[in-house]
Design a protein around this ligand. Structure first.
Ligand code: KIV
Length: 287
């Protein structure tokens, strides 16, 4: 294989420290769909993790409102606020040299009106350095999407299991079965017409996600939505099995590492060496 053949398209592979990099843009994601190239997206919530994921070649980093769960320890995503998310996005935007950084608009920060959505998105772009925003919902958020897109804000949509509507959905269940599938396809087409640059499809039947993927020209990003989406996203802690003791991962998660266990073992080893006096040794001390 020649160097050109392994040169990045969208999934760039590891980024050398000294390499100049161009920021991934929504246009790159459209082009990838046209080429039939799939790409990965991960969540990130801090500078160090964002730097690592970016240097591993992940082209899109989402500061999800899942921060409510994995950073703040809430049961649902509902309580997290714009003020709690902005500092996290700031860290991620500083850590990501190449990745497009998408900030999730939390519950209650955009539903009231297009003007509210623009105020919130403006805060994320101005105060945190996000490059794009994500919001949940179908046709009911089209006015918000149109206003943001008119203002030059790239918008990622989110359909299927939309955790901000957990109480209305009666829990975290597969969405889009039966007649609901038609509604979801119509929502996706309306969002595409409104100008979104991508659509997250969460926990929907694989056949439905495949239908949306062929029915729209914008990339679909699956999470529990089968193999036919243009991209796949996971919460990074799920992807690396880094979770609080007793936490369980949904069926669609595949863990590519055991960082939780690794951290627990490291902490136990540190504690043991502090107790025994083995740490710090001479090489960790100053004369
Ligand atoms: O908040 C989040 O992390 C998300 C992803 C799971 C898509 O919305």
């Amino acid at each position: 294989m020649t160097a050109a053949a392994v040169e990045p398209t969208l999934y760039g592979g590891p980024i050398a420290e000294d390499r100049k990099v161009k920021r991934v843009s929504p246009l790159d994601l459209f082009a990838a769909k046209q080429r039939g190239d799939r790409w990965p997206m991960l969540t990130a919530y801090d500078y160090s993790t964002a730097s690592l994921l970016d240097s591993a070649g992940i082209p899109v980093l989402l500061v999800g409102d899942s921060a409510a769960n994995v950073v703040y320890g809430y049961d649902t995503t509902l309580p997290v606020t714009v003020d709690e998310l902005i500092p996290l996005v700031r860290g991620v935007a500083r850590g990501a040299r190449r990745a497009l950084v998408v900030a999730d608009l939390p519950f209650g920060s955009y539903q009231a009106s297009p003007a509210q959505a623009l105020d919130t998105a403006s805060r994320f772009l101005k105060e945190s350095g996000a490059h794009a925003v994500k919001l949940e919902g179908g046709r009911r958020v089209v006015p918000q999407v149109e206003t943001l897109v008119d203002a030059g804000v790239p918008v990622m949509a989110h359909l299927g299991l939309t955790p901000q509507s957990v109480h209305a959905m009666g829990g975290y269940k597969v969405q889009g079965r039966g007649g609901d599938g038609e509604r979801l396809v119509a929502d996706a087409k309306a969002l595409e017409a409104a100008g979104v640059f991508s659509i997250v499809l969460e926990v929907v039947p694989a056949e439905l996600a495949a239908r949306v993927t062929t029915a729209t020209s914008v990339p679909t990003i699956g999470i529990g939505a089968g193999p036919d989406c243009d991209a796949q996203v996971l919460v990074w802690q799920d992807m690396a099995a880094f979770r609080a003791p007793g936490g369980r991962a949904p069926k669609f998660v595949k863990a590519y590492a055991s960082l939780g266990e690794g951290l627990r073992e490291a902490a136990a080893a540190f504690a043991e060496e502090v107790r025994s006096g083995a740490y710090p040794a001479a090489e960790h001390s100053y004369s």
